[in-house]
Design a protein around this ligand. Structure first.
Ligand code: AKB
Length: 313
C-alpha cells in the first residue's frame, strides 16, 4: 500500500491530484501539505490528511514522512515565473531548497519522487519551434534558472544515490477548478473565467503570442502515468518534454467566441510579454511518447468546450 505526500496540495495541480490519487489509493493514504488550508471545493471527505507546513522546514517534513510512513512524494510546491521575477530570492529558496529537502528525505527513506519542471527551463537561445528534448537550456528568468538547476539536481540524486525521481516539463496548464497564480501562462486560464463572468478580458500578452499549453486532465494523466511506468522505461532523469496543444492568444479568443460570440478581448501587454517571448512556441515530446507511451486527449476545440461547460456549471 502506498502512502503519498503531495506538497503544494492547494495549488493548481495539487488540488486536482489530491482527489485523483485519493480515488485510486484511498483518501486516507494521500496526505496534502501546503502553506494554506484546502480550498473550499475540496470536500473534507475527499481529503484524508492535511498538514500546514513550509517545504523549507526540513525537520517538519521529516516528521511528516516518518509519522505517515510516506513512500511517494509529489513535490509540487513552487513559485511560478512572474512571481519569480518579483521575488527572486524567495523563488530560489522555495523552488530549490524545498526540492533538496525532499530529495534528501527520499534518499534516506527510499521514497519515489515526482517533481515538476516547465517549458521555462528553455530560454531565448533554445530553438523556439519543435524544441527538442536535449537542447540549450539558458533561461533568463529566476523561475527558469530554478527549473534547470532542479532538473540537474534530480538527475544527480538518481545517478548518485539511486533516488527514483521522475519529472515533466509542463507547458501552461489550463483548468477550471483552481486558478493558477503568478505564472506567465495564467492569461490562458483567466480568459475563460472572465469570458463566462464578464464577457470581456484584458490580456497581458500580445494577440500573436503562441505558447505550448495543456488541459489539466491531460496533465494529471501524464503525471500519474510517468509515476506508474516501470523504472526501466524512464530513460530521462532530468525532465521529459511534454506537449499537447499550442495556440496564440488570438486563436484562443476565436475559439471562445464560437461559444460566446459577444466575448471581447483587449490586449495590454506588460512585463509578462518578455517572459512569454523567451519560451518555445511548441515542443517536441516524442521521447516521452516513445519511452512511457505518453498521449494527450484534448485539442483546443475539445478543451474550450469542456472548460466553458464546467465553468458555467
Ligand atoms: C508559468 O507560466 O510560470 C507556468 C509555467 C509554464 O511553468 N505556468
Amino acid at each position: 500500500m502506498k502512502r503519498i505526500l503531495i506538497t503544494g496540495a492547494n495549488g493548481q495541480i495539487g488540488s486536482e491530484l489530491i482527489t485523483e490519487l485519493g480515488g485510486w489509493h484511498g483518501h486516507e493514504n494521500v496526505i496534502g501539505l501546503d502553506l494554506q488550508v484546502p480550498r473550499h471545493f475540496i470536500q473534507r471527505k475527499e481529503v484524508g490528511n492535511y498538514e500546514i507546513m513550509n517545504v523549507m522546514d526540513k525537520i517538519g517534513l521529516q516528521e511528516i514522512v516518518e509519522r505517515y510512513d510516506i513512500s511517494v512524494i509529489y513535490h509540487l510546491a513552487s513559485l511560478l515565473s512572474a512571481t519569480g521575477e518579483m521575488k527572486p530570492d524567495l523563488t530560489w529558496d522555495v523552488n530549490l531548497n524545498g526540492l533538496k529537502n525532499v530529495l534528501d528525505l527520499a534518499k534516506k527513506y527510499d521514497i519515489q519522487v515526482f517533481w515538476p519542471s516547465s517549458i521555462a527551463a528553455f530560454g531565448p537561445s533554445s530553438p523556439r519551434m519543435n524544441t527538442p528534448q536535449a537542447t540549450v537550456l539558458e533561461p533568463n528568468t529566476m523561475y527558469g534558472v530554478t527549473k534547470v538547476a532542479g532538473e540537474l539536481l534530480c538527475n544527480y540524486y538518481f545517478h548518485k544515490f539511486n533516488v527514483d525521481v521522475r519529472s515533466l516539463r509542463y507547458p501552461g496548464l489550463i483548468s477550471y477548478k483552481t486558478l493558477p497564480g503568478g505564472g506567465t501562462t495564467d492569461y490562458a486560464v483567466e480568459i475563460f473565467y472572465e469570458a463566462v463572468r464578464n464577457k470581456r478580458y484584458t490580456c497581458f500578452v500580445k494577440p500573436g503570442t503562441r505558447l505550448p499549453m495543456m488541459y489539466m486532465p491531460d496533465a494529471i494523466k501524464a503525471t500519474v502515468d510517468i509515476m506508474d511506468a516501470s523504472s526501466h522505461k524512464i530513460k530521462v532523469r532530468t525532465s521529459y518534454n511534454l506537449s499537447a496543444i499550442s495556440f496564440s492568444a488570438e486563436e484562443l479568443v476565436a475559439e471562445i467566441k464560437k461559444h460566446i460570440p459577444e466575448f471581447v478581448c483587449v490586449y495590454e501587454p506588460d512585463f509578462h510579454q518578455a517572459i512569454a517571448d523567451s519560451w518555445p512556441q511548441n515542443i517536441d515530446d516524442s521521447i516521452a511518447r516513445r519511452d512511457w507511451g505518453w498521449e494527450h486527449d484534448y485539442n483546443l476545440a475539445a478543451m474550450t468546450e469542456d472548460m466553458l461547460k464546467k465553468l458555467k456549471n
